[in-house]
Design a protein around this ligand. Sequence first.
Ligand code: ADP
Ligand code: CIR
Length: 349
Amino acid sequence: MSDLEELWKSLQEAVNSKSLLKKHLTPARYERLKNKMTKFGGTLADCIRSGCKNPDSGVGIYACDPDAYTTFAEVLDAVIMDYHKIDKVAHPQPSFGDVNNLGFGDLDPSGELIVSTRVRVGRSHASYGFPPVLTKEDRVNMEKVSVEALQALEGELHGQYHPLDGMTPDTQQKLTADHFLFNDSDRFLKAASGYDDWPTGRGIYFNQDKTFLCWVNEEDHLRLISMQKGGNLAEVYKRLVKAIEQMEKKLTFAKKDNMGYLTFCPSNLGTTMRASVHIKIPKVSQMPDFKEVCDRYNLQARGIHGEHTESVGGVYDISNKRRMGLTEFEAVTEMMRGVNEIIRLEKSA
Ligand code: ADP
Ligand code: CIR
């Protein structure tokens, strides 16, 4: 049996899987897509390996490269519309709003509930594939161009690059525990080739205060991150917008007309923006309708060390769930509205 046939068989056997892959890769679609290949040499097996090996995936499918969004559109479009809650695959032009008049500032001025605020976007070099089709040499070359662009950042964004290769385990652990750095512990990403050639080509750039950071060759080629203690979403967002605008001038990123910026995981397409707070909500999080409240406001709750981790001491990571079909300003505003409601509920509980 071929690699793809085995993956497909295990997906058929995973009768309890609730993943979007399971839902949308129907037998008819599988038959039509199984022999296709992208311009980068990527296959359907490359896209679905993680979801077939991890039936508890939420999404379960990755794009092996930018061209997968065309070659495997039949299944990816269905997943995209379901995840981002849109009825057609369409995305507006980037729009950050009027940064001098955002209509929000500090979401928790008393500092009682919000521990920290973070907004990130992903970016992909237009001329390279995603992890399943990359070589070690690609990873090294991408790291080089990314770091050159980062090192030209000015003012508050100015910082240093720290490759993972050669970083002491102590430093890595400390940076990860403090929520700045990634590691290779996500089994979903691992099964999707996300850690191939680890740690080659990976690293982190940050400014002196660690309020602007960039992950190089983690899940995406670049993850631009702005974060700080407390709830001042406006400061965090404005810093990120500045970084995006400066990086756009130096590098060409993968984009598609109806999809916005292209990323490895279809859940990140479009704005690619995840705006989050670490927030103490011991009462709200115990309410039977906590999940319903999150769904109503298009929020996603994650644990304290990110996706697929647990909450500690009633602190949750609350962020916007949708990233496509809305502008950057709308995505951050969606998160702001939901977090305001969660704060209201926690205080009145
Ligand atoms: P990503 O946001 O990059 O998709 P994760 O959910 O894995 O991925 O989170 C990455 C890291 O960012 C984790 O260490 C997580 O704890 C940290 N993080 C996320 N949101 C916040 C926040 N508001 N404050 C501090 N750290 C955060
Ligand atoms: C899953 O399907 O659960 C994983 N592949 C993660 C999906 C979303 N992750 C992400 O956006 N980083």
